[in-house]
Design a protein around this ligand. Structure first.
Ligand SMILES: *[C@@H]1O[C@H](CO)[C@@H](O)[C@H](O)[C@H]1NC(C)=O
Length: 335
């Protein structure tokens, strides 16, 4: 079964995305006024440091010409590059052109299309070791926020599951869920359970649950998706299943989530959540991080699904002229 929960409930099935993005070095081009880059991407600490350093050090230098980034195919179909590579840009390829491999699925849900191994100059992925890593990040507050109020809760544990397809690696989480749900009430939403949530219901529904099952469909280093960001942004405690706890702690505070591997089995996890349900002070501790960090809701419309990735690519090519010579793409991705 595929269990794609979180905002992936907005798409049907697994998306095999392989989109070629081509960047040229001329003028920055934006492709559609309705697909605005979400402000959170560009409000990061890092961004403001870079931009202020630039403007302070060289106020009189003329603005550099910005690169053009061409999105070769919008990554929304089951796969975007044909198996026979017939929809690649026509040859000859201009020698100055750099190609970006835009791919956000995990290796479990990636098919190797022969012939792509040595085509790209940059990689864009959820992985931190990609040339262009893409993910929602928490931002640091300038002043501590003492006013965070936990949203009103009328459900204990929730899970949104849009699809159940065994080919996508969801077995681990399904096995865990079956055992876990023997000991605790879980409210299920999503296409897989005929309780489809509208876009406008996503965040309010998450907010109304004390805990949310942020179970990734497949388990890979750095593969920590919007399934984690959703509950953090909504004011709900994520219960995560995915890579080890220390990998999550690379991105979010240790005390902002509960990891299924913190417990010897599903039953002890259920007992702990039932305990937190009664112990308000202990539950509230999971929100202490809110004093210093702010989450940003991610975009959830299906048409917005790749905007963060595309905006991050634009931002990257505008700042970095250097790039690594891509060797074997699949060797990097699968090994
Ligand atoms: C990009 O990578 C391709 C394939 O490795 C290579 O032929 C090309 O020279 C590279 N482009 C640039 C601008 O370096």
């Amino acid at each position: 079964m595929i269990n794609t929960n979180g905002p992936s409930l907005l798409r049907l099935g697994v998306i095999m995305t392989l989109a070629g993005v081509i960047s040229l070095s001329v003028v920055f081009f934006w492709f559609s006024p309705s697909n605005k880059c979400p402000p959170p991407v560009f409000k990061s600490h890092q961004y403001s440091q870079i931009s202020s350093a630039k403007s302070n050090s060289s106020p009189s230098v003329e603005a550099e010409e910005k690169p053009i980034l061409l999105l070769w195919v919008w990554p929304e179909n089951y796969r975007n590059l044909q198996w026979d590579l017939s929809n690649l840009p026509p040859s000859p390829r201009p020698p100055f052109q750099r190609w970006i491999w835009l791919h956000l699925e995990s290796p479990t849900n990636t098919k190797k299309i022969p012939g792509l191994e040595n085509l790209f100059n940059l990689t864009l992925s959820y992985r931190q070791d990609a040339d262009i890593p893409v993910r929602m990040r928490l931002t640091t507050r300038k002043k501590p926020n003492e006013d965070f109020v936990i949203p009103k809760k009328d459900k204990l544990v929730c899970w949104i599951v849009s699809n159940n397809d065994p080919s996508t690696g969801v077995d681990t989480r399904n096995v865990f869920y079956r055992e876990f749900s023997k000991y605790i009430q879980v409210t299920l939403f999503g296409k897989a359970y005929s309780r489809f949530l509208g876009y406008d219901e996503y965040y309010p529904t998450l907010a109304s649950c004390k805990f949310y099952l942020s179970f990734e469909n497949s388990i890979h280093k750095d593969y920590i998706t919007e399934k984690l960001n959703g509950p953090l942004a909504a004011g709900t405690v994520p219960v995560v299943l995915g890579p080890p706890r220390r990998n999550y702690e690379n991105f979010v505070p240790a005390e902002s989530f509960i990891h299924v591997n913190d417990f010897p089995d599903a039953k002890s996890l259920a007992e702990y959540l039932l305990h937190l349900d009664k112990d308000e002070d202990a539950y509230r501790k999971y929100f202490n991080w809110r004093k210093h960090l702010t989450p940003s809701p991610h975009l959830i419309l299906q048409t917005q699904e790749f905007i963060l990735a595309i905006c991050t690519a634009c931002d990257h090519v505008a700042r970095h002229r250097e790039y690594k010579e891509a060797h074997d793409l699949y060797d990097w991705y699968f090994n």
